[in-house]
Design a binder for this molecule. Structure first.
Ligand SMILES: [Zn+2]
Length: 321
């Protein structure tokens, strides 16, 4: 059996897994991100975790041959050398960390690949999910923020330095509130976990709607048919429809894969989002695109991280032909 080590580095946890070519997880565990989230602490936790995985695999799965290491990380990752081009304050000091070089120095026999955490989610979809057999698609991950990834002609689009697909900062209202990025009315301010929280504070300042003022409280009340919840959710859905229509007109994808956050809590939102997007998209563009749910479960991050290894070995064998 051939396997790759997949690592998912986030602001709250580090996930490790050994994954085979079929996307089966042979072994996995999660560790909390080291206190303070300092870059050095995360890097040493990462190296120790890979070391431990190698030891455990040698003991329990002696038939497994390791093909490499794939890492998905929060932040924008330079495709050229697997270093961090830019990361927000969730991991202080992460910017410019040469992740690929440090891992390969420690494990010279294992080729290592690093990409942004949402880009590796797109790889998981391409290999094992809604993106199978689809050459042009977009992933949108609705989490605390909103992340995106673009696959064109079967390949991830990285842009000049790894920042492509940051759809969270597409504006859906140029008169909207100021975003941390500098723009106004970014979709992240309406449809991410933190954006929904912001909307709820704005709409119910001081007054209780009779349910908990959190994204989970909103989705629960919305599913129960609460009228105030519907009013707020209509804003979330319209904002998403506006952003998705923009993405469709810009990239003409065959599919948009939607996952994370509110959709995990309320799958019934997908048809509402589809309707809001159709209303805002020119009919000929709309005819060729499907909106699909992402792979469920929280292992997509490590599975997609590991898939970088398969993607690379595929590319190099194609090059040899
Ligand atoms: Zn923004």
């Amino acid at each position: 059996v051939e396997a790759a080590i997949g690592v998912d580095i986030g602001g709250t946890s580090l996930k490790f897994a050994a994954v085979d070519r079929e996307g089966r997880v042979l072994r996995h565990w999660t560790r909390p991100t080291p206190a303070g989230n300092a870059a050095e602490g995360i890097m040493s936790e990462l190296l120790a975790g890979v070391e431990r995985m190698l030891e455990e695999l040698a003991e329990t799965e002696p038939a497994v041959r390791l093909a490499g290491i794939g890492i998905g990380s929060a932040g924008q990752i330079r495709a050229s050398d697997g270093s961090v081009a830019f990361a927000v304050d969730t991991i202080p000091g992460w910017t410019n960390t040469p992740i690929k070089r440090l891992v390969e120095e420690r494990f010279p026999s294992l080729p290592t690949f690093v990409d942004n955490d949402v880009n590796v989610l797109a790889l998981a979809e391409q290999y094992y999910g809604a993106g199978r057999g689809v050459r042009d698609f977009v992933c949108l991950a609705l989490g605390t923020g909103i992340g995106g990834a673009v696959v064109q002609g079967g390949k991830l689009v990285h842009g000049a330095y790894g920042g492509a697909g940051e759809f969270g900062h597409m504006s859906v209202d140029f008169n909207g509130p100021r975003c941390s990025c500098g723009n106004f009315g970014c979709i992240e301010l309406y449809a991410s976990g933190s954006g929904i929280q912001r909307l709820l504070q704005e709409r119910f300042a001081g007054a209780s709607p009779g349910w908990e003022l959190t994204p989970a409280g909103l989705t629960t009340a919305w599913q129960a048919g609460d009228a105030l919840a519907k009013e707020t959710m209509d804003i979330v859905v319209a904002a998403l429809g506006s952003a998705l229509a923009g993405i469709i007109h810009a990239l003409n994808p065959e599919a948009i894969v939607l996952g994370g956050g509110i959709l995990d809590h309320a799958p019934a939102l997908l048809p509402a989002i589809v309707a809001a997007t159709e209303k805002r998209t020119s009919p000929v563009m709309w005819k060729h695109v499907r909106l699909l749910p992402a792979l469920s479960g929280n292992q997509s991050g490590v599975i997609g991280a590991a898939a970088q290894v398969w993607q690379h070995s595929l590319t190099s064998s194609e090059g040899e032909r």
